[in-house]
Design a protein around this ligand. Structure first.
Ligand code: ADP
Ligand code: MG
Length: 351
């Protein structure tokens, strides 16, 4: 069996670009750009809880980094360095090669150096720490929302949760619908360019990892403000929209996890700038509501009436949602899904 040192050298040692000293010593050395602050975040993915044991290792490598990059996007930070702590049940070299390829595919795309980590035997667990830089004092935080701000979200919401519901046989999708939403679950796109563009424009931001209602509520609590969100404006894909009469699909849209889109607030007088960012990045940005004085989140129907807020986001402990040994339908064939960069293009809906 391959030794731990060979394994690290073979699969996790790549040339570094932003770094004084990378993998191989007792600690890495990094030099911060003067005038910046470091944004640091960690996310752990546990097999059976956050992904299936037999998930494609290349996509898993991409996703382990993507979910961390999403946290930096939400801060408006530029990604620079990552560490990777792995618990592996065995040293399966095919799995490691594919995982490493996926991880470095994402790392290269976003200019991240892998500068260290830890490798141990244990139940399959992937833990990434990401570090990035943001101009001092300019990070997008959760506590900056102001009454009068517009609330925006990027992309579509709920597709990843819809794909998971499909894999867990909680909802029936046609093969084209399944093919359309599965990429959102397996290959999320961290909104780094959007986060960077929103620095100096947005008042607050968060990435939607636990569902829109839960994550927007974090902004409201941190900023001590309230919000009104118009249900009809929530950006849903055609696949999700087709199932919206079903409770499962509504839950996906409002409280599904794994979206990795950004939810942010920006003052009304920056509306045009946000719309220009949407056009420049060719990314759908949708204004879904307003920040108000007070407390709490109101979801309004087309007539302006309050809708009951049911599921308030994915809670890892109370719901005990698991991806263990669930019977699954056959996956659509490659090529049936949305390709990379198939965002619907520019669209900026007015509130
Ligand atoms: P130590 O015993 O000092 O913790 P290790 O043997 O764990 O050292 O690691 C040796 C080097 O390899 C260190 O630089 C460490 O950061 C790096 N490393 C270990 N595991 C990984 C990994 N999965 N990905 C990237 N670097 C790793
Ligand atoms: Mg170690």
């Amino acid at each position: 069996m391959v030794s731990e040192f060979d394994l690290i050298r073979r699969y996790f040692t790549h040339p570094v670009r932003n770094t004084v000293l990378g993998v191989g010593d007792d600690a890495a050395l990094i030099r911060l750009t003067p005038g910046t602050e470091m944004a640091v975040s960690t996310d752990m993915l546990v097999a059976g809880r956050h992904f299936f044991h037999d998930d494609d290792p290349f996509q898993l490598g991409q996703k382990a980094l993507a979910v961390n990059l999403s946290d930096l996007a939400a801060m408006g930070a530029t990604p620079r360095w990552a560490t990777l702590a792995l618990a592996l049940p065995e040293a399966d070299e095919n799995w490691l090669q594919a995982f490493s390829d996926g991880f470095f595919d994402m790392a290269l795309k976003y200019g991240v150096d892998l500068i260290g980590g830890d490798t141990t035997r244990g139940p399959l667990t992937l833990c990434v720490q990401i570090m990035g830089e943001v101009t001092a004092g300019m990070a997008l935080r959760r506590d900056g929302a102001k009454p009068g701000d517009e609330v925006w979200v990027s992309g579509h919401l709920g597709d990843a949760a819809l794909a998971l519901a499909y894999l867990q046989q909680r909802i029936a999708l046609t093969p084209p619908e399944a093919a359309a939403c599965l990429p959102a679950l397996h290959t999320p796109h961290p909104r780094i360019a959007l986060g960077e563009a929103l620095v100096g424009v947005a008042h607050s931001a968060i990435d939607v990892s636990d569902g829109l209602l839960a994550d927007l509520s974090h902004i409201l609590e941190a900023s001590a403000v309230a919000a009104e969100v118009a249900f009809a404006t929530l950006p849903a894909s055609a696949a999700l929209r087709a199932h919206l009469p079903e409770g499962v699909a509504q839950d996906c849209l409002l409280a599904g996890g794994d979206d990795y889109e950004l939810c942010f607030t920006a003052p009304l007088d920056r509306h045009g700038e946000v719309a220009a960012i949407a056009r420049r990045l060719e990314l759908t940005l949708t204004c879904i509501g307003k920040i108000r004085e007070g407390k709490g989140l109101r979801l309004l129907d087309g007539a302006g009436h309050d809708m009951p807020l049911g599921a308030m986001g994915f809670d890892h402990f109370s719901k005990g949602e698991s991806r263990e040994a669930t019977p699954r339908p056959p996956l659509p064939q490659a090529g049936e899904g949305r390709g990379e960069g198939s965002d619907p293009g520019v669209s900026c809906h007015d509130c």
